[in-house]
Design a protein around this ligand. Sequence first.
Ligand code: SF4
Ligand code: SF4
Length: 285
Amino acid sequence: MKITIASGKGGTGKTTIATSLALSLAAELTPPPLFLDCDVEAPNAHLFLKPTFEQRQDVGILIPRVDEAKCTHCGKCAEVCQYHAIAVLGTKTLVFPQLCHGCGSCTALCPEHAITEIPDVMGVVERGVTPEGISFARGVLDVGEPMAVPVIRQLKKWAVPQPGQVVVRDAPPGTSCPVVKVMRGADYVVLVTEPTPFGLHDLRLAVQVARELNIPVGVIINRDGSGDAGVDEFCAAVGLPVLLRNPFERAIAEGVAQGKNLVEIHPEYTAHFRQIFNQITTALS
Ligand code: SF4
Ligand code: SF4
């Protein structure tokens, strides 16, 4: 079973929920879960789960390099490129590596065979094990690199679960392409939100994405009691189960700021998260 933990906006406590769920299941499941930190622009789940990394692999794409001696500036490469990553300007054919998705179409269609492809490293994937036996893997996008999706794609391919192993994926915040990439293939999406108008706005968008992908959704409300009833009303109106409510509490905020997860701050949360897992299992059966 693959569970993606996501949130329409940053700062809702998504990673705290994802890591707490994985920790709560570690002693319950054999094998313990596989945790994927897919928030590749700002991965921080390792701070909560403290894995020892054992393997590392560069992630990159192949970008075109034009041999000006062979190029006739016919423009076919620019015509085929959906991303405007290659352009012919007079007698120059220019490649913009930061826009290139490495699809290879320009190379394949160049009538003069003037294009070769060179690897461009944009990040890494790493994996290891936590003290509780959770298999942990994460992607890290290099600073300044604009495209998270290739790193997420490689992470999902590289960190393959064992037969029967539950996968917990921590998605990036928002509802853009990287989030869609992380949600895709999940059996269930848990959306973490907070009871504010901003939280509700972003929750609506995230629910829309999950429903377009045909994935069932449950909601966790963090800082419950601190805002208004909009999120509750929305969940009731569209039939979304509220799996958990975390109160707006000083001890939780201070604990999280010190790198603790919910089950360390309040051990009784282990039972809450196991119950959430059972609810998800029942919903999928
Ligand atoms: S398709 Fe090939 S020959 Fe034509 S402009 Fe591009 S690189 Fe040059
Ligand atoms: S590899 Fe694909 S994305 Fe990159 S320049 Fe060529 S056609 Fe465009």
